[in-house]
Design a binder for this molecule. Structure first.
Ligand code: ZN
Ligand code: ZN
Ligand code: ZN
Length: 361
């Protein structure tokens, strides 16, 4: 799998006339060689040349971790000791000025030193190489996304029982995190937005005590075998607050319309429009304050962006969220989020819990 990815990266470098790709600790490093390097002040840098064996510049004290990751099957290690200059090693590997792609999240402290060390070079963003690789999921990646999607569905199946009146968001959130951990390797985030807190899309958890008549947004995700889940459902404690029923119906219709619109060849922005049109026609347009979705894979948020202005055509193998929301300040909010996969025949839903709000408590 990793040798195939490295090969595809080399193909991108060759077709784009780039001499090497430089990747620090990041999702791209995990994606290319399976190494979860620590983001340290000491330089770890993968250098993938357009031709030849990739080199991994590694602090000596990280060698064991690099080896344990299995990355050394695909790369040659270039260890550096505490008194050596890692930038000089990179300069030697690069062998002079050229065109280099720098991974987006490489710290500027390293990038600036590299630019000084290999003067006269052209520097381009690493996405020019990585984008095409990561945006289309391979059959193995699709399977891992299915599995992690099913795992987060199993968590949502147990959430209603945790949202009892008198409990704090934080307490419910802790229990939900426990459930995520049972079936994921990492908990990425737990949003429990009760009552007015639900109107803030990225509210995590706080001290607010759940009450009868609260609407609660629960948006949760984790990582399992390197791939991310992300799913939102809405709950009400006791009876739904006034106006909420109608709002939720609109949201369900909007989310369904966007899912149905997914097919190869249609644009990312048309998926956003499919959801937004339903919400706008129902009079809630100004309360849908974010894009409809984001790509997902080894990162929680990655390309493609499902947003107005993005005329990217969807292709078989793209995976992204469809998560319209309606937010009424000081009262409540609601969002429905599924991860979908573009298939040759249309769309496959990776989250399959019922989408209506669930009565909890
Ligand atoms: Zn978000
Ligand atoms: Zn989410
Ligand atoms: Zn999301």
């Amino acid at each position: 799998m990793f040798s195939d990815r490295l090969e595809r990266a080399r193909t991108q470098l060759q077709t784009k006339g780039i001499d090497a790709l430089l990747v620090g600790p990041s999702a791209d490093l995990r994606y290319l060689v399976g190494y979860e390097a620590l983001p340290l002040e000491r330089l770890t840098l993968l250098i993938v040349p357009a031709e030849g064996v990739p080199q991994l510049v590694t602090p000596e004290l990280e060698i064991a971790r690099a080896q344990d990751s299995g990355a050394t099957r695909f790369v040659e290690l270039r260890p550096w000791g505490e008194t050596e200059d890692p930038i000089a090693i990179v300069r030697d590997v690069l062998g002079g000025p050229g065109t280099f792609a720098v991974q987006d999240r490489l710290w500027s402290s390293f990038t600036l030193q590299l630019q000084d060390a290999v003067e006269g070079s052209t520097w381009v963003p690493g996405t020019q190489v990585m984008r095409e690789l990561r945006i289309i999921k391979t059959p193995e990646e699709r399977e891992l996304l299915r599995e992690v999607g099913a795992a987060i569905d199993r968590v949502h199946a147990q959430v209603a029982a945790l949202l009892r009146p008198g409990r704090r968001e934080r307490e419910a959130g802790r229990d939900i995190a426990e459930l995520i951990r049972e079936d994921h390797d990492e908990v990425n985030f737990v949003i429990v937005g009760s009552g007015p807190n639900g109107a803030s899309p990225h509210h995590e958890t706080g001290d607010r005590i759940l009450e009868e008549g609260d609407a609660v947004v629960v948006d949760i995700g984790g990582t399992r075998q390197g791939y991310c889940s992300d799913c939102t459902r809405n709950y009400v404690v006791g009876h739904p607050p006034e106006g909420y029923d109608e709002l939720h119906n609109v949201l369900e219709a909007a989310q369904a319309a966007a899912v149905q619109a997914v097919a190869p060849g249609v644009t990312a922005e048309s998926i956003d429009a499919a959801a937004r049109d339903v919400i706008t026609e129902a009079g809630y347009g100004e309360r849908f304050i974010h894009r409809t979705g984001h790509g997902i894979g080894v990162e929680e948020h990655e390309e493609p962006w499902i947003v107005a202005g993005n005329d990217l055509e969807l292709r078989d193998g793209m995976a992204f969220s469809i998560e319209p929301g309606i937010y009424v300040p000081d009262r409540y909010g609601a969002r429905i989020e599924d991860i979908v996969l573009v298939t040759s025949g249309g769309v496959e839903n990776l989250n399959n819990r019922p989408r209506g709000f669930v009565v909890a408590g």
